[in-house]
Design a protein around this ligand. Structure first.
Ligand code: TIU
Length: 220
């Protein structure tokens, strides 16, 4: 069984019962003109996660693991976008408004696509989610249950928003979760650091954390 020297202590996992969950590596968060930038963020902070996420994805593909990509977004009529989300803050464009990559955070628009570097294969699972957590209002839990998945390797953006929310949802549902720390990023580097410490504190109250190289070596 692969074992990894993670924080706060060693992590053991079987590739057959482990899924890679890549959270929201979409143009809307990582490229200029998307949702992330309309909220006032410097999207260049997220680019450091791309190469490690890609190496991790390739290693998990080689190990024939279950691979899940998530996308945050809404139906074109915005019926699944609550005012509590759409009216928040003073963005330059609101969810559903037309921007340089199509309608912001709307399914089927160019900005909603996963970045080409991490494009899903046909055999991989793509979960469209309206919220921050990947389990809320999606079939993810059922899909993982049917595959007898017990462990999750988690990466993607942003660390303290959709990644942390998904890890907390998963931990409450009984999954053993490990965050791959260089394959996740935040618009706020200090929030990334703090989110990681929140996950591993108190004996791994939410899960484990380790770098991609350690996971890839364990899979190799
Ligand atoms: N704004 C921000 O940091 N994140 C999000 O809105 N969604 C995700 O994290 N995917």
């Amino acid at each position: 069984m692969p074992r990894v020297a993670a924080r706060p202590f060693e992590f053991f996992f079987e590739p057959a019962s482990t899924a890679l969950v890549l959270i929201d590596m979409q143009r809307d968060f990582l490229e200029k003109g998307g949702f992330g930038e309309t909220l006032g963020n410097d999207v260049s902070h997220l680019r450091s996660a791309i190469a490690p996420a890609r190496a991790l994805l390739e290693a998990c593909r080689s190990a024939e693991m279950t691979i899940v990509h998530t996308r945050e977004g809404h139906a074109p009529d915005l019926a699944d976008c609550p005012p509590a989300k759409r009216s928040r803050g003073k963005p330059t464009l609101r969810i559903g408004d037309r921007g340089p990559m199509g309608r912001v955070l709307v399914r089927g628009e160019p900005g909603h696509d996963i970045i080409p570097e991490l494009a899903p294969r046909d055999s991989e699972i793509v979960i469209d989610k309206p919220g921050k957590g990947a389990f809320y209002a999606t079939a993810l839990g059922e899909i993982l249950r049917l595959r007898r998945i017990t462990h999750l390797l988690v990466a993607g953006v942003t660390t303290e928003v959709c990644v942390q929310t998904t890890m907390r949802e998963a931990n409450d549902r009984g999954y053993e979760c490990l965050l791959v720390e260089d394959a996740t990023a935040s618009y706020f580097p200090e929030f990334k650091r703090a989110a990681i410490e929140m996950i591993v504190a108190q004996g791994g109250i939410v899960g484990w954390v380790m770098p991609s190289a350690a996971v890839i070596a364990a899979l190799g």
